[in-house]
Design a protein around this ligand. Sequence first.
Ligand code: NAD
Length: 272
Amino acid sequence: MAQTLNSLRIGRLQGKNAVVTGAAGGIGLETCILFAKEGANVLMADISGPGLERASAKLKQVIPSHNKVEVKTCDVSKESDIQALVEHVDSWGGVDVMFNNAGIMHADDADAVDTPEKIWDLTQAINVKGVWFGSKHAVLSMRRHKKAKGSIINTASVVALVGSATPQLAYTASKGAVLAMTRELAIVHAREGFRFNALCPSPLNTPLLQDWLGDDQPKRHRREVHFPSGRFGEAIEQAQAVLFLASDESGYINGQDFVVDGGMTKAYVTPE
Ligand code: NAD
């Protein structure tokens, strides 16, 4: 009986077409899996071709029966790449959900004195311009297909909200820009029914951060002491929030800095 009810269940994104950038990475892949489970058609996009192949194989393993799931390599800092993604989804009926999630935190990113200009430019090109291009082409697709509603989610970070004594200046500045841009886009497009929200994750258990921390225990402790729960967040915990923001359940949530941080940005001292 439970199985019958389950098979009759309508997915939270049934019939929607979604584009996810950074789909080969931690948050991106978990989000693609949830989106597909909830009935969306998903275009998984990433700069890494082999990463995409691994990610889509994992998705197909977890959900053997799903709607359309396709992969496409792209560099989000190139407008023509983003345009190609969106035009591909135009052939499915146009974009309903755009998750502008690809981002980098470069190992050479540092403080005001030591950050190389080329690292600054590269970080802004991917983390900021990539989100602008994704937002722009999502809006154009939604308009072409006369969508009455759409949801665009842009990945920022808690470092856009609180300062960090271990600086990655280019990264922090880029995520502040994502927050400001998302807020403005939310207001500009509200009467068209297109919602924009920014996701603000705290430090996570994904390759982006964990590869950089490695086995350096003092560096890890420096962070863990600030987490009220005492642990790094998991990518799936971000993906659940993205699913909510993508679905019509969040229909009156617009222009928000959507913080998923286990309470980290609300903490003064944390439990011992
Ligand atoms: P991740 O490194 O696992 O995934 C990022 C993905 O983006 C990778 O698959 C990478 O190949 C892809 N990518 C990089 N440059 C690209 C480009 N130019 N074009 C297309 N794809 C590109 O990291 P994640 O933790 O899943 O990060 C996803 C987002 O979350 C990023 O924007 C990141 O800044 C943000 N974030 C992460 C953390 C964290 O602690 N991991 C915290 C706050 C915010």
